[in-house]
Write a protein that binds this ligand. Structure first.
Ligand SMILES: [Mg+2]
Length: 456
């Protein structure tokens, strides 16, 4: 038994999530591999005489007012001694791998979230490793020492709050929001900082005089759903510091120490209604959103699913062998189905998920949670060849034929995935996830998309 530490008093299974963000990633890569640049204002991006934008700038350059996204010419005006350089994507990939390796030496559940940020799940391992804030501090200093990359670490009980906590620690620090303090922490935070709130939604919220996460947390779910569809429900949760999205390990080290991309055995998505939900269309919309998220992940791994499980928890759902301390899973009502053929199509998965939901006992009690798991995952195949190699199908398939219908769904999935990879998940949502009010038509296939510009 280890000595007690800061996390010892937390209830068992309290989620301890770390979010690591590399400070000025591309500029830091250049400073790490070229000692002459250390301590100097470094700007990665277009050369100063062009109209190009600053992609990344060191903190020395930021001190002169340079920011990512600024015109290179403006950056040079503000910081005449800045050293402009092109980024090196190979070197950047190398640094990212070094960091992932180091993180895996601390904890097995590591998710590479984007180019330069990572999640580590320490849930259940702080007894062994020490308090999350101590682990984070050790990670931060060993990453700096061994890879020369400065990182900031945010710690909280979920992804959203950990990410936001990190902003307090920038650059090069560690910041923690203790469990139970999420809502107070978020109360005065500008609503635009919440993941999922971009210009379009932020502008609309501002027109309702909603400026902080605290303001947003006070709006009823009904109003948010009517205005923003499922995303409104998700944002409502986030504004209250609720975010059940799991950490999904993306990498692992094999027996010989080689870093390999990890393929998941199942993909699970859950959402909690706070307060509980009685309206069927909101429950269905949330399930549709979960299907979208899971299917996006599925295709990102090049997988298809052979089986789907849908779960529902009513407020009064109790396990038969009720024990007060019993963890959550036994409180689900669940049903699953093997698909006739493995699929990676959002539309197909949604149709199955919807019919599974309809098969669950329908009661008057309010719904506390809804969830979905994709199981029996396998490599997906065939589609790409079919899309490009068989022009006869495109001209020959009549409008309503199942093949052309499926092809169009598949093309839509691919187009949306590409947009989401570039601009973030919330950029586009399927019509089934949305309310009636904010729908825009897209193409002939009957789908309606909305395109708020969402920041990550
Ligand atoms: Mg960064």
């Amino acid at each position: 038994m280890r000595t007690p530490h800061r996390d010892t008093g937390l209830p068992a299974r309290t989620r301890r999530i770390l979010h690591l963000d590399v400070d000025a990633f591309l500029a830091s890569v250049e400073q790490a591999r070229r000692p002459a640049l250390r301590g100097k204002p470094v700007i990665v991006g277009g050369m100063p005489d062009t109209r190009n934008l600053v992609m990344s700038c060191s903190y020395e350059a930021r001190a002169s007012g340079v920011r990512p996204g600024m015109r290179a010419s403006e950056a040079q005006r503000r910081c005449p001694h800045a050293i402009f350089t092109e980024g090196d994507s190979q070197a950047a990939n190398g640094k990212r791998e070094e960091i992932v390796r180091l993180l895996l030496s601390y904890a097995p559940r590591v998710e590479v979230s984007s180019l330069d940020d990572f999640f580590v799940d320490l849930t259940g391992s702080t007894r062994l490793l020490g308090a999350a804030c101590d682990v984070a501090e050790r990670m931060r200093s060993s990453i700096l020492e061994e890879t020369r990359m400065p990182v900031t670490i945010g710690i909280a009980a979920n992804r959203t709050v950990a990410r936001l906590a990190g902003k307090l620690g920038k650059p090069g620090g560690v910041a923690e929001i203790l469990p139970g303090h999420e809502r107070a922490f978020l109360a005065r935070m500008p609503v635009a900082h919440l993941p999922g709130v971009g210009h379009s939604i932020g502008g609309k919220l501002a027109s309702f005089s909603i400026h902080t996460a605290g303001d947003l947390a006070l709006v009823s779910r009904e109003v948010l759903f009517a205005s923003f569809g499922t995303l409104g429900l998700v944002l409502h949760d986030r504004a209250r510091g609720i975010d059940p999205e799991p950490i999904e390990p993306t990498h692992t080290l094999d027996d010989t120490g080689v870093l390999v991309v990890r393929v998941p055995r199942s993909i699970r998505r859950d959402s909690t209604f706070e307060p509980e939900e009685g309206r069927r269309e909101q429950i269905e919309a949330m399930l549709s959103y979960l299907v979208e998220r899971a299917a996006f992940r599925l295709r990102g791994h090049g997988l298809a699913t052979g089986s789907i499980e849908v779960r529902l928890a009513y407020v009064d759902t109790r396990p038969s062998h009720a024990r007060k301390s019993s963890p959550d899973p036994s409180r689900w009502l669940s049903t699953r189905r093997a698909l006739p053929a493995a699929s990676d199509s959002t539309e197909e998965l949604w149709l199955h998920a919807h019919s599974l939901l309809s098969g669950l006992p329908r009661r008057r009690a309010l719904v506390k949670r809804v969830g979905l798991t994709l199981l029996a995952l396998r490599g997906s195949s065939g589609w790409q060849g079919r899309l490009f190699s068989d022009p006869e199908h495109e001209s020959g398939g009549s409008e309503g034929s199942p093949r052309s219908h499926a092809d169009r769904h598949h093309q839509l999935d691919r187009a949306m995935d590409a947009l989401r990879k570039r601009h973030g998940f919330g950029l586009v949502l399927r019509g089934t996830s949305l309310s009636l009010k904010l729908r825009y038509p897209l193409g002939k296939d009957g789908f309606r998309l909305r395109t708020p510009s969402l920041n990550q």
